[in-house]
Design a protein around this ligand. Structure first.
Ligand SMILES: NC(=O)c1ccc[n+]([C@@H]2O[C@H](COP(=O)([O-])OP(=O)(O)OC[C@H]3O[C@@H](n4cnc5c(N)ncnc54)[C@H](O)[C@@H]3O)[C@@H](O)[C@H]2O)c1
Ligand SMILES: [Zn+2]
Length: 362
């Protein structure tokens, strides 16, 4: 079992990573004075596997666990889903001291977190992430949101959890595509922040790919440390947090244009990281061989960019819509692995050229 402390906005909370942490929730979660119930937001699949042991552990702390079922996946993150949860909390007389627990992937966590941020102006929140994406990324940092028909994550709030319990054994049942989507974020941390993790994955990715629990515990812990470091350093307004968006500019554009591509988030940011490496080299900021090294890593993780690219002009239009790029096109590039650099004002012609090299038609 590993413990990482996340420090953010003047407070801190633990992330516990390991096999069997969910059953031990009673020993790990902090006391919630005044609480009598815990509202566990979860989908049917995750509920059937993990609600019973979690409820038993919470019961040992004197909290009666009430399941609140939501649709599986992204569909959960709607205003209707949000409204339905608020009504259920109100009818069941949820009190502002009662914790709301997110049990599931990033979609469940984003929705449950937004409910916890807003119901009675904020209730205690606990994250129990069960996907790789949620364990290495979504459960840490306090970003919560639901979608509007007009776009993803358009309504949300910051609300930090009191504790994150990352149950490693849950990852065994994850569908391959969801697991690989999480590996896209893992590759991001390895390329931008944690060179030792990169070198380990380069030496031998097999233990991770076969989901050996010890390898996954180490992997998740290192990624949590990387994310915790990036969000803590950003408190000084250094822009360090931006590094977490590496590969995401093109990634988000491809997802937005997904009528053309159908990539998962992990596949989309994998293409985005190849693009960023190519652009880094083309701009003369990136070390020679950066693209080749990126491609080697991604293909060893089963994330080699594939599938058709949308037209370059459509991608450029999508960049303009990205909320982080209001003042012209800004990219997170690499001088080399582990050395990110924010570059403003990259010329559209240069961007077009790299997109064409990657197979985007004119
Ligand atoms: N808040 C943040 O900082 C942040 C960061 C990254 C991603 N996100 C959000 O996270 C969402 C994606 O989350 P995700 O990739 O975890 O997927 P997801 O939450 O959409 O879940 C995908 C599927 O996995 C299933 N599942 C969950 N755990 C399982 C398990 N242990 N075994 C078998 N099946 C399981 C679910 O039932 C669901 O069908 C997106 O909405 C994204 O915007 C948020
Ligand atoms: Zn991402």
């Amino acid at each position: 079992m590993e413990r990482v402390t996340v420090r953010v906005s003047g407070r801190s909370y633990p992330v516990i990573v390991g096999s069997g942490v969910l059953e031990r929730a009673d020993e790990l979660v902090p006391a919630f004075p005044g609480a009598t119930q815990a509202f566990v937001v979860t989908d049917r699949i995750v509920h059937d596997a993990w609600f019973p042991p979690l409820a038993a552990a919470l019961d040992r702390t004197g909290l009666h666990a009430v399941p609140l079922l939501v649709p599986a996946g992204e569909e959960a993150k709607s205003l209707d889903g949000y409204r339905a949860l608020l009504h259920q909390l109100a009818t069941q007389e949820a009190h502002r001291d009662d914790p709301i627990v997110a049990l599931g992937g990033g979609s469940t966590g984003d929705l449950a977190g937004f409910v916890a941020a807003t119901y009675m102006r904020g209730t205690p929140f606990v994250q129990v992430p069960t996907t790789l994406t949620a364990q290495v990324d979504a459960s840490i940092g306090g970003k919560t949101a639901v979608n509007l028909p007009e776009g993803k994550n358009l309504v949300g709030a910051f609300h930090q959890p009191r504790i994150v319990l990352s149950e490693i054994t849950a990852l065994a049942s994850l569908p391959e595509r969801d697991f690989r989507a999480g590996l896209g974020e893992v590759a991001k941390y390895a390329l931008t922040i944690d060179i030792e993790l990169l070198e380990r994955l380069e030496r031998d990715p097999s233990a991770v790919l076969t989901r050996h629990p010890v390898a996954l515990e180490r992997l998740v812990t290192r990624c949590v440390l990387a994310k915790a470091g990036a969000i803590a350093e950003d408190e000084g307004d250094t822009g360090r947090r931006l590094v977490l968006n590496y590969g995401h500019t093109l990634g988000h554009a491809l997802e937005r244009l997904d009528a053309f591509t159908g990539r998962s988030h992990g596949e989309a940011i994998a293409a985005g990281m190849v693009f960023a490496a190519r652009l880094s080299e083309a701009q003369g900021t990136g070390a020679d061989g950066l693209t080749a090294r990126t491609l080697r890593l991604l293909s060893s993780l089963g994330l080699e960019p594939a599938g058709p690219m949308p037209p370059a002009e459509d991608i450029l239009d999508a960049f303009q819509l990205d909320k982080k790029f209001r003042d012209g096109v800004r990219f997170i590039l690499l001088e080399d692995v582990g050395r990110p650099r924010i570059v403003d004002g990259v010329s559209p012609d240069e961007v077009r050229r790299v997109l064409h090299e990657m197979g985007a038609p004119v």
